[in-house]
Design a protein around this ligand. Sequence first.
Ligand code: 3PG
Length: 306
Amino acid sequence: MTKVLLATVKPFAPAAVDGIQDICSDTGFELVKLEKYGSQEELKAAAKDADAIIIRSDKIDKDIIDAAENLKIVVRAGAGYDNVDLAAATAKGVVVMNTPGQNSNAVAELGMGMLIYLNRNGFNGTAGTELRGKKFGIHAYGHIGKIMARIAKGLGMKVYAHDPYVDRVIIENDGVVCEENVSDLYRKCEYVAVNLPANEKTKGFIDYDLLSIMPEGATILNTARKEIINENDLLTIFKERSDFRYVTDIAPECKETIEKNYEGRYFFTPKKMGAQTAEANINAGLAAAKQIANFINNGDTTFKVN
Ligand code: 3PG
């Protein structure tokens, strides 16, 4: 019997787990759950005889892939797959997929909500600022960027986007100004949402050169990955510019320095929670289970990333 391991340190909502169970039962697969586990050793033991694994930000490294003798497919129920060792998977003929777009609405809503929270001083009753009329830049116009653009427009913001991988017509059809040059995006927009995936090209990409040219009231919104921000440069900007603010769903390594010195100019969620809604869990979790069923039964490799 095909064994599907659902390995989530941060568990899905119960309705999503029930939905994954239903798909597995209907397909004749056995579902094994490993939730809130404490170590990679536990994951390794559970993965040993799994044919398929569903994960979130859970780390699938070479050690796990080598130990999982029957493994055929890993589906990252979500967008970013920087937590999976693609080279090790490919070397062993293991297919890796993600579920693009399935949790984007949750991430976009959280991001825009965090901006409002910071602008209104953590809802503490003191006078804050509004988003209406401000310029909102979107760095990487994928699923999340597109939804953020819609919400930002609804809030009365002027929206700009930069993405060398997206045709400018797609951006302009959304009523968004396309910036060919990344510097122009940062030079124009008080608010920039960074939606880049973390990879060798993007690590540290958001640096002093980009942050220092932002206009007065510069605010970075990061719901992607902490690695895309150059943290030395981030600290330099915090020191040099008293107007600079940083809002993120993934606290930086230099979190304590910022918390100690720059009160009111940052917001970090206590735990990464962009995709943590029942809807996003159901969308991404069920998509992952269906993709596994389609791959095992029909060889369908849509959404393969390696
Ligand atoms: C993603 O890449 O899909 C998001 O960062 C969500 O990650 P999570 O499933 O670990 O919450």
